[in-house]
Design a protein around this ligand. Structure first.
Ligand code: UDX
Ligand code: ADP
Length: 459
């Protein structure tokens, strides 16, 4: 079949994979190639066992794979043939040199830019899809233009707002699509060409076009604002635990104000995920690099509050268990950074586990999807860790259970049975406030929610 256009996506990860699957579904007249340097990952995309778990993704991949959606490691040939190249390689936080711990490590991006220049034989639109520091497009352009000869590259920013676990619905029913381009004739043309892709399934008013820098910055700011809401509610959860106020009642009361809105006000043991911390630290780094120290401090406090929430939680566990946790068994229900994903990047469960291990606790980890990733995260320090796929076996003989991820199935477990199998006194620390605390208390548990009064049998 003759395709109307060829789209290439470099990087078959959490962003590239689902995004291209949905584009392939909605634009059957386009050929979509997704490439990666990781052969195992590509093999998985070509199998029945996809490398990432996203509700609805497998059905779409199965329908389009081999028709207009192809996964391979053949980057060079696909660069030559593509009209539009999405770049969604990873951009981890730098672990070395200038900006370590804050700035993005752009080595994969730069390598991709060089690869594109080397193999391109015709004009192309390059779409920045990974989350990147502002003005990356400029650096990309510099590399592209330096060596391009007669070939023209137009760099466009099209940030992704999908959240893990809901990636497919976030793509299909997007609140908005953002496309940033230079305000030139070529820039506007490229912007419209990218908009044409999304027009296949989204109404015009959902497609926002901006200049390049606004688009890049908007992605960071969207995540910073979302994380800020969580840190704000978490900060108040600490105050609630000292007073008679209840964080759920407060969240409901303030969220009913339509100016504030009810979403992202769920208190927790802290936010995780690959984006929030990374993007905020990026924003902090950029602000500092322009000498805007107050701006940098303001945003950095969102991350500081998140770290505080995690350490506060662990301190509370230790204190409430009579300051003697050494040798005790504590079971984590959940290791993923949120429900409905196996992803554990920046999961609060990692820090909690490490802090408990420092106290010589025997830690058991149960999670429906994330055990394999947990094993990778905790490699080298697994001496006192047990992994358990069955929640009842995980809880048996424990002194305490900690809810670290808000999996639905944790709500429906038989907690009487669990209580009977545990050491006494039995503790539950609900780091997500998902359980029925009164019921647990009546079973016999000592219950410690977040931002609410604890229910204990101690006088
Ligand atoms: C986020 C953004 O939502 C998404 O738009 C962006 O593209 C990538 O980053 P994601 O990291 O997948 O998506 O997850 P999200 O649902 O935003 O949750 C992030 C973290 O915040 C999780 O650890 C979650 O448990 C926590 N969270 C979320 C809370 O603690 N309370 C809330 O009310 C909401
Ligand atoms: P994200 O969450 O941003 O999608 P991931 O780490 O899930 O990040 O995916 C990024 C993917 O990009 C990885 O599978 C990685 O192997 C791939 N990658 C990195 N550099 C290149 C490159 N030069 N060519 C092709 N793929 C690359």
């Amino acid at each position: 079949m003759e395709f109307k256009k060829r789209i290439l996506c470099i990087g078959a990860g959490y962003v590239g994979g689902p995004t291209m699957a949905v584009i392939a579904l909605k634009c059957p007249e386009y050929r979509i190639d997704v490439v990666d340097i990781n052969q195992d990952r590509i093999n998985a995309w070509n199998s029945d066992d996809l490398p990432i778990f996203e509700p609805g993704l497998f059905e779409i991949v199965k329908e389009r794979r081999g028709k207009n959606l192809f996964f391979s490691t053949d980057t060079e040939e696909n660069i030559t043939k593509a009209d539009i190249i999405f770049v969604s390689v990873n951009t981890p936080t730098k672990t070395f040199g200038e900006g370590a711990g804050m700035a993005s490590d752009l080595q994969y991006w730069e390598a991709t830019a060089h690869q594109i220049v080397k193999h391109a034989q015709s004009d192309k639109i390059i779409v920045e899809k990974s989350t990147l520091p502002v003005r990356t497009a400029e650096a990309m352009e510099r590399i592209l233009k330096m060596h391009s000869g007669n070939i023209k590259f137009e760099v466009v920013s099209n940030p992704e707002f999908l959240a893990e676990g809901t990636a497919i619905s976030d793509l299909l029913e997007a609140d908005r699509v953002l496309i940033g381009a230079h305000d030139t004739e070529e820039g506007n043309r490229a912007s419209q060409e990218i908009a044409d892709i999304y027009r296949h399934w989204l109404p015009e008013e959902k497609i926002i076009t901006t200049n390049l820098w606004s688009s890049e910055l908007s992605k960071l700011i969207a995540n910073a604002f979302l994380a800020q809401r969580i840190s704000s509610i978490n900060s108040i959860s600490a105050l609630c635990e000292k007073t008679d106020a209840d964080i759920s009642e407060i969240a409901h009361a303030i969220g009913s104000d339509s100016r504030i809105g009810s979403k992202f006000l769920q208190t927790s043991v802290g936010f995780g995920g690959s984006c929030f911390k990374k993007d905020i630290l990026n924003l902090v780094y950029i602000s500092k690099s322009y000498g805007l120290y107050e701006v940098a401090d303001y945003w950095e406090s969102v991350v500081t509050m998140n770290e505080y929430q995690k350490s506060r939680f662990v301190r509370k566990i230790i204190k409430e268990m009579f300051n003697t946790v050494a040798g005790k068994k504590i079971t984590l229900f959940g290791f993923a950074f949120k429900a409905n994903t196996g992803d554990t990047r920046e999961s609060p469960a990692i820090d909690i586990t490490k802090s408990l291990l420092d106290e010589n606790v025997r830690v058991t980890i149960h999670d429906p999807e994330a055990i394999e990733n947990a094993k990778i995260d905790l490699k080298g320090i697994e001496k006192n860790i047990t992994y358990e796929t069955d929640p009842y076996r995980a809880a048996a003989n424990s002194n305490a259970i900690i809810i670290t991820t808000e999996w639905e199935q944790f709500k429906d477990l038989d907690y009487s049975k669990i209580y009977d199998s545990m050491e006494k006194p039995a503790f539950i620390f609900d780091g997500r406030n998902i359980l029925d605390h009164r019921k647990l208390f009546s079973i016999g548990f000592n219950v410690y929610p977040i931002g609410k009064q604890q229910l204990t049998h101690f006088s």
